[in-house]
Design a protein around this ligand. Structure first.
Ligand code: S3P
Length: 167
């Protein structure tokens, strides 16, 4: 199997957790685009967001995604907003097999309960925010993905097997 395996979905969908195990099973490198972005920025995404705002972050994100999807085959976990720009959606879909890890806002909220690092969720009502993000982005994730994987009930190992069966 050549090419990248790309995971997309909202924060808390399990892209990093599933991606690490998937990479191990496929014996491919695991790459988390947010980690590469933070390395490049020399600070956390949260700090950069607070200092510079969202658009400058999206510029760096687009450049990093372009670079990573041209590079050697890997399992790539992307940030939740990776599908916002049409150019990213086209590139991701053209350069790999794209899996949308889909969850309800309520499930995401349960997983993110104790997480204070996600800048988009630093609001008074994070569940409401997740509902809005889901409403806007669900069609974009679907447009970008080759496969939709519902993450509600299955364990991480089962999700990994579901992805492996499609490759
Ligand atoms: C974002 C999600 C984050 C990170 C940034 C923006 C988003 O990644 O890229 O904070 O717009 O949903 P995770 O999906 O890994 O939390």
């Amino acid at each position: 199997m050549a090419g990248h395996v790309i995971l997309i979905g909202l924060p808390g969908a399990g892209k990093t957790t599933v991606g690490r195990q998937l990479a191990r099973r496929l014996q491919l490198p695991f790459v988390d685009s947010d980690a590469v972005i933070e390395e490049r920025l020399g600070c956390s995404i949260r700090e950069f967001f607070e200092r510079e705002g969202e658009e400058p972050f999206r510029d760096v994100e687009e450049a990093v995604l372009d670079e990573l999807t041209r590079g050697e085959s890997c399992v790539l976990s992307t940030g939740g907003g990776a599908v916002l720009r049409p150019a990213n959606r086209q590139r991701l879909r053209a350069r790999g097999r794209v899996f949308y890890l889909r969850s309800t806002p309520e499930e995401l909220m349960r997983r993110l309960r104790h997480d204070r690092t996600r800048p988009l969720l630093q609001v008074a009502d994070p569940l409401q925010r997740l509902r809005e993000l889901h409403g806007v982005r669900d069609p974009l994730y679907r447009e970008t993905a080759h496969y939709v994987i519902e993450t509600g009930r299955p364990s991480v190992a089962t999700l990994v097997n579901m992805i492996l069966m499609q490759l």
